[in-house]
Design a protein around this ligand. Sequence first.
Ligand code: RIB
Ligand code: CA
Length: 311
Amino acid sequence: MTGQKLILDCDPGHDDALAILLAAGDPRSDLLAITTVAGNQTIEKVTRNARAVCTIAGVTVPVARGAAGPLAREAIIAPDYHGDSGLDGPVLPAPEVPLDPRPAAQLIVETVMAHDPGTVTLVPTGPLTNIALALALEPRLAERVRRVSLMGGSYTRGNRTPAAEFNIMADPEAAAAVFAASWPVTMVGLDLTHQALADDAFRSRVRTLGTPLATFVEDLLGFFSAAYARRGFAAPAVHDLCAVAAVLEPEVMTYRDAFVAIELAGTWTTGMTVTDFDGLLDRPANTRVAVALDRDRLWDLTVAAIAQLGR
Ligand code: RIB
Ligand code: CA
């Protein structure tokens, strides 16, 4: 297969589930592996959820369980957005996709090192614990990986605290290691993903597919919509989908380069992605920051990927 080689590291999570479908269904994608990390729910729940989504979608790539908590802090979860199962809404099948025996960090390292340098993109859509552990396990990853396209952070406001977005806040030390490494990073943060509100126009296009997978997506979005409506959103933000789209069709959004660092010691601002677009800190830019989204184009490629999976 000659597509974009991806490893998806996720914490399903409703929007993570959509990211799996896009990464598996888009013909430009060569999904090599899926790894899971504790975040939206516990590691056991997000791993079961990842395997269940793969079962529904007919995805047969290796799936490995990752970190059960952050590098140096207490774990946080998000049942208020994703429910007690982490994927409330649809009825989930018993997972038929086997669990790879390797820990996530080991699977990430072995998969990247088995491919030519500069060909594998890491797409983390949860806390960055596994990515930091993989980098510690094999420091050469920083020059071997093509790019890290992550959902996380914000250059304005957070969603877990006023300053911090959930994925970064869940493991700030891991995020600091990821942004400080020498690999190219694309930050798809809340400023971008809050433009990706899965509205009725998108949902009716999915329903029109008329497949069991379309029904699964509709059930996901039904629950997710209610969670976001409780916070005053007209529709749910499908954050993680955007981190995959940034790899498969980069033109679906626009970017600005910036120096980004993670606040680790702020009384009120721990987990903040301090984003310097203007050189105020006299540091070279280390991150491509997504700023504007072509939402219709995102829906086009997402509906096409769900249709392509044909389930
Ligand atoms: O802040 C949004 C992020 O946190 C998304 O990745 C969502 O799935 C949760 O993990
Ligand atoms: Ca996620």
